[in-house]
Design a protein around this ligand. Sequence first.
Ligand SMILES: Nc1ncnc2c1ncn2[C@@H]1O[C@H](COP(=O)(O)OP(=O)(O)OP(=O)(O)O)[C@@H](O)[C@H]1O
Ligand SMILES: [Mg+2]
Length: 285
Amino acid sequence: MVKDIVLKTTNLRKSYGKTTAVDGIDLSFHTGEFVGLLGPNGAGKTTTIKMLSGLTKPTDGSITYFGLDFHSNQRFAKGVIGCVPQINNLDRDLTAYENMYHHALLYNVKDDSTNEKIMIALEFADLINYTHRQVKTFSGGTMRRLVIARALLHEPKLLFLDEPTVGLDPQIRRDIWDYILKVNQVKNTTILLTTHYIEEAERLCKRVLIINKGRIIAEGVPDTLKKDMGRYVLEVFKQEGIEERFFETRNEALASLKECQETCKIREVTLEDVFLKLTGRRIDA
Ligand SMILES: Nc1ncnc2c1ncn2[C@@H]1O[C@H](COP(=O)(O)OP(=O)(O)OP(=O)(O)O)[C@@H](O)[C@H]1O
Ligand SMILES: [Mg+2]
């Protein structure tokens, strides 16, 4: 049903001079989906988010929200999307509450219930204890949480998260994952998350789009994408580098390991292997 499609793009393209950042991508997201856009540095993830959120104009292609053209329905579209940019853009001299209030003014959601809405959003983000503290005193993870809470204040149907956990330590990263999953599950908010962390894409996303050099080179459920490779990898450490051999079962990998003269290790297949097979290089290389 068309109504169920939150966002659709056709042949979306962006060039900066001679650089083609996004090279004709077609996206289609349904209500409540959790989609990952996974790709290495410079793949075109941020440029895609910037076009989808109206921060930069596409060179070509179309974007629709709920079947309505973005360009001619900007006010409507901007009301249904929330955006967490790659670089935090909080006002560091203001408190958490003041940053939220500022957003309410910008999005014209200021009314008698604004205070209540801000407190509910801060509570949902587990930030109540930070309400009246200046942002410059926050840790990186707490700032990130606040940027997400702020993007949700006007209750968007679709949330863009551009590298939400980059630079955070593993525990804080997991806390942010829990928060994002809660947003998706409790509020049924459709989420598009960009990342170059394999584990993040595999843990959170029901569907993954793999992007490289501005093009979507693979798309699907993480498990299905991986299954095509086999389930287990035997890494053989040779002088010239690591050789990877793929197997359907752990027992097959073990049998091969027993015959190995070199140092070997068995691990499960990841989306990194999928990317390597498709492009010949690693995502975080
Ligand atoms: N304003 C700009 N002017 C010129 N080139 C740009 C601009 N913004 C991005 N690019 C180029 O477009 C390409 C895609 O960049 P983009 O920031 O979208 O990648 P990304 O996938 O978000 O990378 P990262 O993982 O490093 O955030 C890169 O080659 C980049 O140098
Ligand atoms: Mg980026």
